[in-house]
Design a protein around this ligand. Structure first.
Ligand code: PAF
Length: 292
């Protein structure tokens, strides 16, 4: 482990990282792991901070996973800010960063599917709109968990369906890791932090907090006893402003991700939405009833 605060260990080779972790675990150290695709912002750093507080050794990976991009141009457009990311991690005091190559993550090629029963969690919302996306996420997170053998995995609530699927994968494959879900971080005006926000035009950025306002409104509507279908319809209408195109606004059960019809039948209800702001697709969610 680096003993100088300014130091950060950078691993590019999975075998070397696994050996390092093996040694740390043999000393009884707890390992916390945060997977990312880089372009780090405060949302990511909040996961790292939580990991630093709860573990002896925290690792952050930066890997733009090609298998989760269903539109090839999105992979090309994905922001890559590696020097800035490493600086940010160093400033946060993250001691280890893993920056693997595709060959290292997929030594036998990426053309395989992880055998896991996701109970249909990957079929709705993002799964419908981005075919193959969650297969890619499951593939890479499973591989990264095997390399890091971490005790705690840190993911954000912002990608609600993603962390729910990973939780199911961990359960189904009986992986010895605990998933820690961290709250959504927002800018002052309510826009959820996301790497994609940097791609918004000035005018779209100004309008984007409407997503947070409509989610908050949906919460009020639910507590007033309005029906979920009515809330979804009204919210979609509100989000349909100039240059914005809501793709879905669903009230779902927070565990099964099934659409909610009767609110009394569900202890955890979440509003999940995807909205196009010009050419940028933003997703966000809010817990309307219950707790994670
Ligand atoms: O949320 C992300 O950034 C990615 O989907 C993840 C979990 C790092 C897998 O590539």
């Amino acid at each position: 482990m680096p003993n100088n605060e300014d130091e950060i260990l950078i691993f590019e080779d999975s075998e070397k990282l696994s050996e390092f972790i093996y040694r740390e675990k043999n000393k009884g150290k707890k390992i916390g792991f945060t997977p990312t695709m880089g372009a780090l912002h405060d949302g990511h750093f909040s996961l790292i901070r939580r990991s630093l507080a709860e573990n002896d050794v925290s690792i952050c990976s930066i890997f733009v996973n090609p298998t989760q991009f269903n539109v090839p141009s999105d992979l090309v457009k994905y922001p890559r800010t590696i020097e800035k990311d490493i600086k940010g991690l160093r400033d946060e005091g993250c001691p280890v960063v893993f920056i693997p190559s595709s060959e290292d993550i997929y030594p036998n090629g990426s053309d395989y599917k992880v055998e896991v029963d996701l109970k249909g969690l990957d079929e709705m919302m993002e799964g419908k709109k981005r075919p193959g996306h969650f297969e890619g996420v499951v593939q890479v997170v499973k591989r990264l968990l095997e390399i890091t053998s971490c005790d705690h995995l840190y993911m954000g609530q912002k990608d609600y369906q993603q962390f729910t699927i990973i939780k199911e994968m961990i359960k189904d494959l009986e992986m010895p890791v605990k998933l820690v879900v961290c709250p959504i971080l927002r800018d002052e005006d309510g826009l959820a932090k996301s790497s994609r926000n940097t791609r918004l035009t000035e005018s779209h950025r100004r309008k984007a907090p409407i997503i947070f306002r409509v989610l908050t409104q949906a919460k009020d509507w639910l507590s007033e006893g309005r029906a979920p279908v009515e809330i979804s319809m009204k919210a979609t209408e509100y989000l349909n402003i100039q240059d914005f195109k809501p793709e879905y606004f669903d009230l779902i059960d927070g565990h099964t991700l099934e659409k909610v019809r009767n609110t009394d039948h569900h202890a955890l209800i979440v509003a999940c939405t995807a909205v196009w702001a010009g050419t940028v697709r933003l997703i966000d969610n809010m817990i309307l009833k219950g707790e994670l």
